[in-house]
Design a protein around this ligand. Sequence first.
Ligand SMILES: [Fe+2]
Length: 202
Amino acid sequence: MADWAGILGSGRDLIEATGVPEAARFLVDWPMPAAVRGVTPASLEVLRWLRASATRAPAGPVGRFACAIADAAGELCWRQSYRTGDVPRTFLERYGWCELFGRCGPIPCTALAGGVLLLGPDTHYPSHQHAAEELYVPLSGDADWQRGHGDFEARRPGDGIFHARGEPHAMRTATAPLLALYLWRGEGLDERATLAIDRVTR
Ligand SMILES: [Fe+2]
């Protein structure tokens, strides 16, 4: 079984290291892996890029965390928030996330939810939103990130990216996949993100 305590501890260290001011209120409610919930594993097509993505993460704490996720991937339930008709099939082949702690992940937690997002190469995750406020830490890849209607900006592994409650945001990758740690806090922890527009035809 995966070393959930080690993974959680490493994730906490990555959040602290971002230095973003909002990180403190996420860390207050950081879970203790006292109990492990049984999770039925589920795989997705996007996982074909997980090991390569973890391997190209920078050496040190970020790379170790990414490789620990790749090692534990077979024990996790990988999910998608959208279905065919909402987004192009090509997007669903290159997108997925799994919860590490929260309402359904292996570590029970009610105050926070956290996990990882994986996007394949040459993928545009269209603008979307959710009730929970969010903190992202890219682990691998050099994806561009957009907040609201602002310009896309390149963010590096180890950066902290905060999205306020209900704030639309988008990401796009080039040749490298994106692996990123996410945290949700506040309302709507058991809800899924919704697209900022009804249907994406790109
Ligand atoms: Fe988000």
